[in-house]
Design a binder for this molecule. Structure first.
Ligand code: G6P
Length: 613
């Protein structure tokens, strides 16, 4: 959460920084700000509550000159989202400006100590404490800015990715990280920094991913220098990005979310490519290279957050049924503060779209310390989680920018299905024929999604019936209980309608009391082993006056006879049905949110990449 961007070079920094902030806005959009060093050595800092477009309006009549600058888009943690708490923060004299992504946990103690020394604070943020601390250390000891930064970072507890500029040094940009991501883009006579590569890719595909406790010394006239916590130079490991600007744009769609929903036939194609051999065998390098670890695995523990956790629940069923391994699924935020009893005989699977979720990262570190083997399922190549895990599989669905996860979810479940088949083959729980059958079904997923997308108009028209409803219930069983959770999450995060996902049969233990003619229920009810049981659950809702929207398999005649609305999906193997059933649920949430006039890609209070606890 929070996005930071920085530039030093020959071009005017402001347009580059603003464009970069727009690209990073998915990380937070409570406020935005920019600090620019003008040609006369004056540091101009402009900040505004609201989105990056509000900042742009605010800057219209301002001096925005300068070839060195840093900028920030905020997801508020400490202090309400107002102009004062917006970044960049600065020291008392206004000569130093700093942007920060992360949380300084001991900020209150540090602030008190600085106040005792006479420092006056303007904001309620943890970030201002850091810039004032750096300034105080430099003033009181007479050291260089770099030394003051190193000393200050030793004193802070927490997570940070920061960028710092000094009015007295127009040729240097300093950046550092611990637990929050930071990428340095190396161009010709210019250098960029960003919370991810999206603000950089337009200018260079040569990047360096900063590691924990490293400081980048970015100088106008010298090559990039990176030092570690012990003040030693570290290798500048320049990597070439495989990302295109087109992937970061809406491509004619009104929202990124809709574009990403419609991309799914292609993204799943990319996800599967090269992994199903001869149309019948699943081949995952991470499994092949670590066959012994998987053969000896006592159990699998899946850790994840949000939508990735829902994918994990489906993964549990897949791995247990196809590979015969006991699986537990934990919220990473709970796992990290529990006594999970994982050990060297366990495989921990961490699922994360961004690869930066702080809780998941912490859970991985804990699992590794206990000796477990950690397998990552990530989307963002080179992300912290991808680098921290022992091995893993990328979902390769391309940048997901809409805050509500769509194509990442279907990619994650697809990878989990391939993983379950690969492990079933390896552990002998699946015969060659069984594995080949599921592998062939996985290969057909892109076409099935294309077919599932054809219901868009039907969903759009039924959405208008439900725009003003206050509550929704989502019910499913077996593989599609997690799909119900995911459908409910999609609706609540972008439309702000309260929605609850539940196992259909559990409804009678509580939620059934809520049912009346004002509470619609979405049933995820494809043809599967529990189909008859789900029909009974639908009858129970109808008997109490509730309206039912049912996701059914094409050709089903029983449910259309009793449901108020039916959305058909193509027939698919039961274990893959969540991937197809997710499509109408994504579209339903999308259309209701659009009809309610919500900001679909940037729903209130949320951020796409949650790099704080
Ligand atoms: C945020 C996002 C969700 C996402 C969750 C976990 O809450 O808004 O869409 O599912 O973080 O993120 P990850 O990147 O670890 O999958």
């Amino acid at each position: 959460m929070c996005g930071i961007v920085g530039y030093i070079g020959c071009q005017q920094a402001y347009p580059i920084l603003i464009k970069g902030l727009h690209r990073l806005e998915y990380r937070g959009y409570d406020s935005a700000g920019v600090a620019l060093l003008d040609p006369n050595g004056k540091l101009n800092i402009y900040k505004s509550r609201g989105k990056v477009s509000d900042l742009e309006r605010f800057c219209e009549s301002k001096d925005i000159s300068g070839t060195l600058g840093i900028a920030h888009t905020r997801w508020a943690t400490h202090g309400e989202p107002n102009d004062i708490n917006a970044h960049p923060h600065f020291n008392e004299s206004g000569s130093l400006a700093l942007v920060h992504n992360g949380t300084i946990e001991n900020y209150a103690v540090l602030r008190e100590a600085l106040e005792e020394q006479g420092c006056v604070f303007r904001s309620q943020t943890d970030t201002e404490v850091l810039v004032q601390l750096i300034d105080y250390i430099r003033r009181s000891s007479g050291c260089t800015l770099l030394e003051a930064l190193r000393e200050a970072l030793k004193q802070v507890v927490g997570a940070y990715a920061i960028a710092l500029i000094d009015a007295e040094d127009p040729d240097t940009l300093l950046a550092a990280r611990r637990s929050s991501p930071l990428v340095v883009g190396v161009g010709k006579d210019e250098t960029f920094i960003g919370s991810d590569a999206s603000p950089i890719i337009e200018f260079t595909n040569q990047v360096v991913y900063l590691r924990d406790d490293e400081i980048a010394i970015i100088s106008r006239h010298k090559p990039l220098q990176i030092i570690d916590a012990n003040n030693h130079n570290t290798e500048v490991d320049i990597q070439t990005l495989r990302l295109s600007v087109a992937q970061l744009e809406k491509g004619g769609y009104p929202h990124f979310m809709l574009k990403e929903i419609y991309e799914q036939p292609n993204t799943l194609h990319d996800c599967i490519r090269g992994r199903i051999v001869d149309g019948c065998r699943v081949q995952l390098a991470g499994v092949q290279d670590n066959a012994e670890r998987f053969l000896q695995a006592r159990r699998v523990v899946i850790v994840a957050c949000g939508t990735s956790w829902h994918a994990g629940l489906i993964g549990k069923r897949l791995l247990q049924e196809l590979a015969g391994i006991p699986v537990t699924v934990e919220y990473a935020s709970e796992f990290r503060y529990s006594k999970p009893l994982v050990g060297p005989e366990d495989v921990v699977i961490a699922i994360s779209q961004s690869g930066e979720t702080a809780d998941t990262l912490a859970a991985i570190k804990m699992a590794k310390e206990s000796g477990a083997f950690v397998y990552g399922i990530c989307n963002v190549v080179g992300s912290s989680i991808a680098r921290e895990t022992n091995t893993g599989t990328y979902i390769h669905v391309g940048p997901e920018i809409g805050v509500a996860s769509t194509k990442a979810f279907t990619g994650q479940v697809t990878v989990l299905a391939m993983l379950a088949v690969a492990l079933g083959q390896l552990r002998g729980t699946l015969s060659t024929e069984e594995a080949a059958e599921i592998a062939a079904d996985i290969s057909r997923l892109p076409d099935l999604i294309t077919e599932a997308l054809q219901v868009d108009d039907i969903i759009k028209s039924l959405s208008s019936t439900y725009t003003y409803v206050h509550n929704f219930l989502y019910l499913g069983r077996g593989y599609n209980f997690p799909t119900a959770l995911e459908g409910a999450l999609k609706l609540k995060e972008i439309s702000y309608i309260h929605a609850e996902g539940y196992p259909a049969a559990e409804m009678k233990h509580g939620p059934i009391a809520l049912i009346d003619n004002e509470l619609p229920t979405v049933f995820i009810a494809p043809n599967d082993d529990l189909h008859e049981k789900v029909i009974s659950n639908i009858q129970q809702v109808k008997a109490r006056g509730g309206s039912v929207i049912a996701i059914v398999t094409k050709g089903d005649t029983a449910i259309p006879a009793i449901a108020d609305h039916v959305i058909e999906i193509p027939p698919v193997a039961e274990c893959l049905s969540p991937i197809i059933a997710a499509i109408p649920l994504q579209l339903l949430a999308y259309h209701i949110a659009v009809m309610k006039g919500r900001d679909v890609d940037m729903p209130r209070n949320l951020a796409k990449s949650v790099t704080v606890e």
